[in-house]
Write a protein that binds this ligand. Structure first.
Ligand SMILES: [Zn+2]
Length: 240
């Protein structure tokens, strides 16, 4: 039977962090991540970046695949995740905040969130050289639902053109900061020439999913092996 639904996993940081870390939940320890990738492989899945997943969603390719995404562009995606992904011949999409390349998650400073370094330009190049993909996550990571239309357009359109200029690759995939979307934002993303956008709606993607509102499955610090399997193989995430 062909696989008609595709889990898109949502990760942020892949790092083993101290207990005191604020927002520890976005950090998946390296060993746990490695085990999850091993489990995907053992179950016969191939993990792919969003540009590759599009072929499966469009019915142009068939196979047992999961989409793999990393939000924000943490340096540890390159140092900790990429070698593991490459070992299993997996690929992934990292969504970059184009004005924050080489900085840290400064948009969370006022919330007291622990700061983690983001990839510098040369590190993004290394990520691409690993066979990985990049997408846009706006210029400055605002909640687009709380910005003017004009500012939202600038954040969505300029992050695409800035990243294309810096890295000489087509930027086709977008990710809404804080999962924040509405009809107007979806339309701006589509008009900007993106092919897909991922949200924080939970569930699995399928051929009929709105391409500009793809659901995902969050994987975080607390996703222990049994929960990882439940999220992947059952309807656990649908409608959560
Ligand atoms: Zn983000």
């Amino acid at each position: 039977m062909p696989h008609i639904s595709f889990p898109i996993l949502m990760y942020h940081s892949i790092e083993t962090v101290p207990k005191s870390t604020v927002m520890r939940s976005i950090h998946v320890p390296i060993k746990r991540f490695e085990f999850q990738m091993w489990m995907l492989k053992a179950l016969g899945y191939k993990a792919v970046s969003l540009d590759k997943l599009s072929l499966y969603l469009d019915g142009k390719k068939e196979g047992k695949v999961v989409g793999l995404t990393f939000d924000d562009g943490y340096k540890n995606n390159l140092t900790n995740a990429a070698p593991i992904l490459s070992k299993y011949n997996f690929s992934a999409t990292c969504y970059l905040v184009s004005d924050c390349i080489g900085l840290s998650n400064v948009w969370d400073l006022d919330k007291g969130t622990t700061q983690s370094p983001l990839m510098k330009e040369e590190e993004v190049v290394k990520w691409l050289n690993f066979g990985m993909s990049i997408g846009a996550h706006t210029k400055t990571h605002p909640d687009l639902r709380n910005t003017s239309t004009k500012k939202a357009q600038k954040e969505i359109i300029d992050s695409k053109t800035d990243l294309e200029k810096s890295f000489n690759v087509a930027i086709k995939d977008f990710c809404y900061p804080y999962g924040g979307f509405n009809d107007e934002l979806c339309k701006i993303v589509e008009d900007a020439g993106y092919h897909s956008a991922v949200s924080s709606i939970r569930g699995r993607a399928h051929a009929k999913s709105n391409k500009f509102l793809l659901p995902r499955i969050p994987i975080n610090y607390h996703t222990l092996p049994h929960l990882f399997l439940t999220k992947l193989l059952t309807k656990y995430e649908e409608g959560r």
